[in-house]
Design a protein around this ligand. Structure first.
Ligand SMILES: Cc1ncc(C[n+]2csc(CCOP(=O)(O)OP(=O)(O)O)c2C)c(N)n1
Ligand SMILES: [Mg+2]
Length: 381
């Protein structure tokens, strides 16, 4: 049981592979086929490609502010593989890759960052809440949904996400407290990427880590190397099983690093050093999984490299394969972005329409006021 073996009060961190991609805790290695591991790498590579292109679209002036997931791909690929169709994804705003795994389309995600309300109207995704920018509020929704799940005895687990900074919000404590009191099925993830915009995690808490907060609420908690795909996968497997068996909530701290800016509106060179950023390069989640695959002869494409070629050949094959994959991913991302870019412009009504089945008077008043403002603006031209 990983929750007993890696006690957060002792500040232990759960890892399966080291920075060189070598297995260091074989007893915990999850059973995954070469095909599943290859697929995980490809998922991370697709997410990285889409993420870099999202930043590029913003820089080209074709999209508004976007929060990159660069460096956090292993957490999201692992969560995406464990979360089931009927389970609930309750995102904050830095969960693009998990949203894709749950069936949200990239076009929908891009629409959101183009300010279009249709970007929260997921056509094919099941049990996914909209992106949530008000820090922490989504955790209360998660606990509430899990209350309903337990009440109606459904086989569903709720997966909310929050950042390290978000743990300083009252909503964090309220949501964890009642999830534990009610023993409802929630797997809380803190993506501890070390920063809340410019504020380092050391200024959020005096606790030895974030996972230890689980102790006070009375639930299992574990600090996991968030850049280790296998550790994240194993942690999610065990946490989801725990919650699904009716044992209550779990807190996972995924210890990682935000390699990019907070959002495209931020400049991290103002508050952190190049040396610090560089020190995380060797811990890159894609690099570590790639090294593991190289040691074990799992090729990037569907034929396994083991024994078939000289080392150099495998490496060359990998690089050529990766370049080709990235090219095909870029085409796919571009296709989905253009679908968002050429989507119908949103109507004024959309901004007010989706909150209630019947618009309350106060909202109707705001809508009238806004229409009035637009008329005034038009007349001023
Ligand atoms: C209630 C609230 N307060 C402040 C903000 C402004 N804000 C947006 S993101 C952010 C920092 C969040 O940091 P963290 O929780 O670590 O998540 P990360 O951005 O690192 O993923 C802040 C303060 C907000 N969106 N909502
Ligand atoms: Mg953060």
């Amino acid at each position: 049981m990983i929750f007993n073996d890696f006690n957060p009060a002792e500040d232990r961190i759960f890892r399966i592979i080291d920075d060189e991609g070598r297995i260091i805790t074989p007893d915990y290695m999850p059973e995954l086929s070469p095909e599943a591991i290859r697929k995980a790498y490809q998922t991370m590579l697709f997410a990285r490609t889409a993420d870099l292109m999202a930043v590029s679209y913003q820089r080209q002036g074709r999209m508004f502010t976007y929060p990159p997931i660069l460096g956090q791909e292993a957490i999201q690929a692992a969560a995406g593989m464990v979360i089931r169709r009927d389970d609930w994804l309750v995102p904050a705003f830095r969960e693009m890759a998990i949203m894709l795994a749950k069936g949200v389309s990239l076009t929908e995600i891009f629409l959101y960052y183009l300010g279009n309300e249709e970007g929260s109207n997921f056509k094919n995704a099941h049990h996914v809440l909209p992106i949530c920018v008000p820090i922490g509020s989504q955790l209360l929704h998660a606990t509430g949904i899990a209350y309903e799940v337990k009440y109606n005895q459904k086989d569903e687990v709720v997966f909310p996400f929050i950042g390290d900074g978000g743990t300083s919000e009252g909503d964090f404590s309220e949501a964890l407290n009642f999830a534990a009191v009610w023993q409802v099925p929630v797997v809380f993830t803190i993506q501890n990427n070390q920063y809340a915009i410019s504020v380092p995690v050391q200024r959020q808490t005096r606790s030895v880590n974030l996972a230890v907060k689980s102790v006070a609420f009375g639930m299992p908690g574990i600090k996991v190397d968030g850049n280790d795909f296998f550790a994240m996968y194993k942690a999610y497997q065990e946490a989801a099983r725990w919650a699904r068996e009716g044992k209550g909530p779990v807190l996972i701290e995924a210890y990682t690093y935000r390699k990019g800016a907070h959002t495209t509106s931020d400049d991290p060179s103002k508050y952190r050093t190049k040396e610090e950023e560089k020190s995380w390069d060797a811990k890159d989640p894609l690099l570590r999984l790639k090294k593991y695959m190289e040691h074990t002869g799992i090729g990037l494409m569907d034929t396994d490299a083991a024994g078939s070629k000289e080392d150099k050949g495998v490496q060359a094959d990998w690089l050529a394969g990766e370049a080709a994959l990235i090219e095909s991913y870029k085409e796919e991302v571009d296709r989905q972005f253009i679908a968002a870019e050429t989507f119908r412009a949103y109507e004024l009504n959309d901004v007010f329409r989706h909150m209630y089945v019947e618009m309350p008077d106060e909202l109707a008043r705001q809508k009238a006021e806004y229409e009035e403002f637009l008329r005034w603006k038009e007349a001023r031209r």
